[in-house]
Structure formats: structure tokens, C-alpha cells
Design a binder for this molecule. Structure first.
Ligand code: ADP
Ligand code: ADP
Length: 218
């Protein structure tokens, strides 16, 4: 479902990614691990269409994202890719439910359609009773789960996560990891996860190790 070939990226003449190839199949759960500064986040941003490579091609569902206009790209991204970051970037002035609905509104769903689905997701994540709360009224783990519901609302074909459990305690981290596997069983979604968490890397179908801007083992 995802094929990236020959991805190179430099910042200030420093080569951060040195011709990376990565292929991920539908329904796979893949982790990307490696030391800090190896280029993991940069690679995730590029295959997630948030950033452009200097060289190389990214195909998602056989669509060459290099060729999409920026308007088409943002529509594509909103529908195909769900992002989970360590810092959740919830909008503070909106409730948990409203935050979860935002990508669905962007995709053209009305308030009722989006609301029903958002509530289902919050329920699945054990947060139904928090739906009307603002982010500041929620714990860190709850905020993270709201962000996960938001990432999932458009049923993206692929979920990309950058240190999703980095700010969670062991119990919350474990239940988040289990959720990824449950979702994959239910929906066949694909997960690409940058993580330092050894438990998660061990559970994954495939573990990609990066070092100095290259993939060293799979
Ligand atoms: P990792 O996720 O493996 O820790 P990153 O992809 O975040 O690695 O970063 C790799 C290197 O690229 C780091 O040295 C980082 O400072 C640099 N870098 C990442 N993004 C930028 C940017 N937008 N501008 C300049 N340097 C960047
Ligand atoms: P992570 O903690 O997941 O590795 P970072 O904190 O490295 O992520 O990066 C967060 C954002 O900051 C990314 O969009 C990355 O491109 C950007 N960034 C990282 N390092 C630099 C840098 N040295 N200069 C400018 N932007 C950077």
C-alpha cells in the first residue's frame, strides 16, 4: 500500500535521509526504531505527505503523491492518513467530541454523521463520559486517546504515529499498543509507528531499524 524509493532529504546541506527505500503492505504493523537523530521523524513526515523529499518517489495506494497539487494532496492526506503524534495538538477551545469531528468536517461530513462516528470512537477508547470536556480538563492519557480518535475518524487506510506512547505511563502505553492490533484485526488498517518502545517493536509484524539516515536492518 505504500512504496517509497530512493528518498533523500537534506537540511542546511546536511543529508538527513540518504536514499531510503521503504515498502509497507496493507494491514501490516511496522515499527521504525533507531537512535535519536537517525531521521525517523523526517522519513515519517515524507511518507505521510507532510514534507517533501529532495529526491525519490512516494506511492500510496499506487498514487504518486509527488504529482498531486497541494490542494489535492491535503484532501488525500485528510482521507487516507491518520496521524498520531507524541504531542497531540488538540484545539483547546473545542470539546473532545468536537476535536475528534474536525477531520470529518473537512472531508465534508455533516455534524450528525461526524458526531455519531466520533462518539463511537470515544466509546471504543473508553472516553464516552469525557466527550463534552475540553482538553484542559482531561488527563494526558485521555488527551492522547482523543487525538487517536481524531486520527481514526475518517477510517484512514494508514495510520502513522510518531512516538505515540512516548508520554504515556506503562499501563496506558500497553493498552494503546493493544488497540493498534485490535484495530488492524477489525479494519485491516496499516500502521507505521516510529517508537523507542521495545515492547511495541517486539509485537510488530516488522521492525525497521534506522541509523544515520539509512535503513540498516528489517
Ligand atoms: P529522529 O526522528 O530519528 O530523531 P529526525 O528525523 O527528527 O530524527 O531528525 C534527523 C535530523 O534532522 C536531526 O539532526 C534534526 O535536527 C534534523 N532536522 C529534522 N527536521 C529538520 C528541519 N525542519 N530543519 C533542520 N533540521 C532538521
Ligand atoms: P521527534 O521528537 O518526533 O523526533 P522533532 O522534535 O525532532 O520530532 O521534530 C518536530 C518537528 O520539528 C518536525 O516537523 C521536524 O521537521 C522539525 N525539526 C526537527 N529538528 C529541527 C531543526 N533542527 N530545525 C528545524 N526544525 C526541526
Amino acid at each position: 500500500m505504500l512504496q517509497a524509493t530512493g528518498i533523500s532529504k537534506s537540511y542546511n546541506k546536511l543529508e538527513i535521509l540518504k536514499g531510503v527505500d521503504i515498502h509497507v503492505s496493507t494491514g501490516e504493523i511496522v515499527t521504525i526504531t533507531g537512535p535519536s537523530g537517525a531521521g525517523k521523524s523526517t522519513l515519517l513526515h515524507i511518507i505521510g505527505t507532510l514534507d517533501k523529499a529532495d529526491k525519490g518517489e512516494v506511492l500510496i495506494n499506487k498514487i504518486s503523491i509527488n504529482k498531486l497539487s497541494s490542494k489535492r494532496l491535503s484532501i488525500f492526506r485528510n482521507q487516507y492518513i491518520g496521524f498520531i503524534f507524541q504531542f497531540h495538538h488538540l484545539l483547546p477551545e473545542f470539546t473532545a467530541l468536537e476535536n475528534v469531528c474536525i477531520p470529518a468536517f473537512i472531508a465534508g461530513k455533516n455534524e450528525k454523521q461526524a458526531g455519531v462516528r466520533a462518539l463511537e470512537l470515544l466509546k471504543m477508547l473508553g472516553l464516552e463520559h469525557r466527550a463534552q470536556h475540553k482538553p484542559s480538563e482531561l488527563s494526558g492519557g485521555e488527551q492522547q486517546r482523543v487525538a487517536i480518535a481524531r486520527a481514526l475518524i475518517n477510517q484512514p487506510a494508514v495510520v502513522m504515529a510518531d512516538e505515540p506512547s512516548g508520554n504515556l505511563d506503562t499501563a496506558n502505553a500497553q493498552s494503546l499498543h493493544e488497540l493498534f492490533f485490535e484495530l488492524r484485526e477489525k479494519t485491516g488498517q496499516t500502521f507505521i509507528i516510529v517508537t523507542h518502545n521495545e515492547d511495541l517493536a517486539q509485537m510488530a509484524d516488522r521492525k525497521i531499524l534506522m541509523r544515520d539516515g539509512k535503513i540498516v536492518t528489517e
